[in-house]
Structures are given as C-alpha cells and as structure tokens.
Design a protein around this ligand. Structure first.
Ligand SMILES: [Zn+2]
Length: 260
C-alpha cells in the first residue's frame, strides 16, 4: 500500500510529508526490518498516528498482501459503500415514533404519502384554507354539517364513519370508531390474531386515501358516491394489494383475515 493513502487517512491532507516519506513511497518505506522508523511527531495528528501505529503490527513482520478497508463510524468493509458513506456524512434527525406506523414494507407509496401528509395535518382541508385567510365556505364537503377539519373529514363525519364501519368491521375496531387522530394511531399500533398491525396499517391508509379522493371528487367534479361504493373500491384495492404480495412472509395469511 502507498504510504500516501495510508497517511492521508491518519495524518493530514498534506499526505506523507510530515513523516518524511517520499510522495510515492510505500508503507514499507516507513519502517525498518524491526520497527516503524518515523521522525518525532510535531503535531497532534502526528502523535495520533504514532499512537495508532503502536496498536498494529509492523508491516516488516507481515507476509500477507496489503488490503484496503473502508471504515465508517458503524461499519468496516473491504468494498466502498456509497450508502454507508452517505449515512455517516449526513445529519440525521431522530426517527419519530409514529414513522414506523406509517412507513412499512409492502405499503402502497401513494397511500403512504397521503397518510404521512394527513398525519402532519397538512391536507388542505377547508378549515386550513380558511385559516390561511381564504374567504371560503368552511363546511365539510361530504356532509355540509360541520367545519371541515382533518379529524372531522376523515374520522367523525357521518359519511366517513359509514365507510370505516363497512371496511374495518372485521378488524376489531373500537365500538365508537375513532374520535381523534391519536385514537386512530393507537388502534393501528395494536395487533391481534384476527387483525394484525400490518392489515390495520394497509386498511387505514387505503381508507384515508379514498376518503380524501372522494372529498376532492365532490369539491372539484361534483360527483357524489355513496359510502358503499367507497367501501367496494377499498375492498378491491386491499384484495389486489394482498394478492400482489402473497409471496411475502407477512402477507401470507392476510387475505383470509381481510375477507373473513
Ligand atoms: Zn362531514
């Protein structure tokens, strides 16, 4: 191995000049037959290098060929990994507890993303639009009886409650369904033999997406579909989703539980 590469990692970007090794010198040039032969250290990093060298075997005793090793704070590998390097370099925010409730393997990206936006309460409901100063009617698009907030539109609206009742009646829902977003998240995290968490997550994301789509359908296309039609769309999408993933370990028994 060239000492230049070795030195750049351990000494400083000036390369091997500090330890007085030629620019194209090898690691072997920095040691005698019995020990390392480097000048006295004159910087903290050079001291670090010397301390490091005391922890490894002098190459003079080694008969193996030199090898490269890529080291990040968490992994060592003989091959360079752009992923590991990026993970090591980037600033990462702590994972939010709700994230694993929303992002999971096998989810439909469209429903996933919509759920994430809904969870952040960023869907442009009429109550939010009015909050931004728009002079609009704040009534719910689905029932016209209450202000259109996220929790009303997607959970407690009579129209939505009927869709929930039809869709998740077989998945051990709470008696009074969901009054708040926190109750919905709490139910998703729960699990039982009849209604595993994965099935709950899939169903909730599918229902939330189609309720929001129906709301937009009413608002922009003036098309009103009954809750039973939304249920049929949800049911068909759930069957297709599970069928498409039937080879996956966690999806094997889901169809029976969904159709039960
Ligand atoms: Zn409503």
């Amino acid at each position: 191995m060239a000492f230049k590469d070795f030195g750049e990692k351990r000494v400083e970007q000036r390369g091997p000049s500090q330890p007085r090794v030629p620019i194209n010198g090898l690691v072997a040039d920095a040691c005698s037959p019995t020990a390392w032969s480097l000048p006295s250290p004159r910087s903290d990093r050079a001291v670090d290098l010397h301390i490091f060298l005391t922890s490894i075997q002098c190459p003079a005793y080694s008969t193996d060929a030199d090898t490269y090793e890529w080291t990040t704070s968490t992994k060592q590998d003989a091959k360079f990994s752009a992923q590991n390097t990026w993970q090591d370099m980037r600033l990462s925010a702590p994972v939010q507890p709700v994230a694993e409730t929303i992002w999971f393997k096998g989810a439909i990206p469209r429903n996933n993303f919509n759920m994430w936006i809904a969870n952040l309460n960023r869907l442009p409901t009429r109550a939010r639009l009015a909050g931004w100063g728009l002079q609009i009617n704040k009534a719910c698009c689905l029932c016209s009886a209450f202000e259109e907030t996220r929790d009303h539109l997607l959970l407690s609206c009579a129209y939505s409650m009927e869709v929930w009742r039809l869709s998740i009646g077989r998945l051990n829902p709470p008696n009074s369904l969901f009054r708040t977003w926190a109750e919905l998240l709490s139910w998703i995290r729960g699990t039982s033999v009849a209604a595993p968490s994965l099935l709950r997550k899939l169903a909730v994301q599918c229902i939330i997406y189609h309720l929001w789509k129906q709301r937009n359908n009413v608002l922009h296309n003036h098309t009103v579909l009954p809750p039973t039609t939304i249920f049929r769309i949800v049911d068909k999408e759930m069957r297709n989703t599970i069928t498409a993933r039937r080879e996956r370990k966690h999806f094997i028994n889901l169809m029976v539980k969904w159709m039960r």
